[in-house]
Design a protein around this ligand. Sequence first.
Ligand SMILES: Nc1nc2c(c(=O)[nH]1)N[C@H]1C(S)=C(S)[C@@H](COP(=O)(O)O)O[C@H]1N2
Ligand SMILES: [Mo]
Length: 219
Amino acid sequence: MSGLPPGQRAAELERFGLPEFARRFGAVPERPVLTVQGAVRYPAQFDLAELVDGLQVHEQLSDLHCVTTWSALDLRWSGVRFSDLAARIAEAVSPHPRAKWLVATGLDGFRACLSLDDALADGVLAATRLNGDPLPPAHGAPVRLVSADQYGYKSVKQLVALEYRFTYERGSAGFKEHPRGRVAREERSRFLPGPVWRRIWAAALPIARRPYRRKAGHD
Ligand SMILES: Nc1nc2c(c(=O)[nH]1)N[C@H]1C(S)=C(S)[C@@H](COP(=O)(O)O)O[C@H]1N2
Ligand SMILES: [Mo]
């Protein structure tokens, strides 16, 4: 919230992601659903509006830190705590007690894998609003994960599915996604130390941004 983590620079929020997802940008369905499966006793599909209905609305000021070294600061997210949502889901689907990971999938097919501990931590929101307005589709409508302490690739936009798992599974970013992705520890990506990745990612950023900026220009 205040002060930039190591290797990050302040930037304006703009739609971003893996280059191959820039063009996969689906329309928000009229009646959004959330599918929950994997290591659960009762796989289910929930009406998203019903699922969040009655949960306490929570507002949070947090930063979005992309692994490619840009950070959008002081974003005012509003929604429900992901832990509240997960508790309601767990009541219905009965996850296996040894399930320790959660794969979140977006409408565009983008997948990220979070440890359940990280997903249920403070500062993780199922956000529906941003800076006082309904969340725009470009930033994740109808609902997006916001995990403030992890790199942006864990904050899956347009959430459509959750899968409980016993083990970590590579998401869409493969080894470029760190299993934990904690910003404070600079866990940017696997196999190399954070400060090394920092330089690689900073060099890759202009290339990664290109398809998103091109798409935004056409919208
Ligand atoms: N569905 C979906 N969610 C996603 C992505 C994506 O490509 N698709 N990219 C992730 C990455 S790498 C980042 S940095 C943030 C960017 O969020 P923004 O588009 O709101 O800036 O979304 C994350 N969530
Ligand atoms: Mo990112």
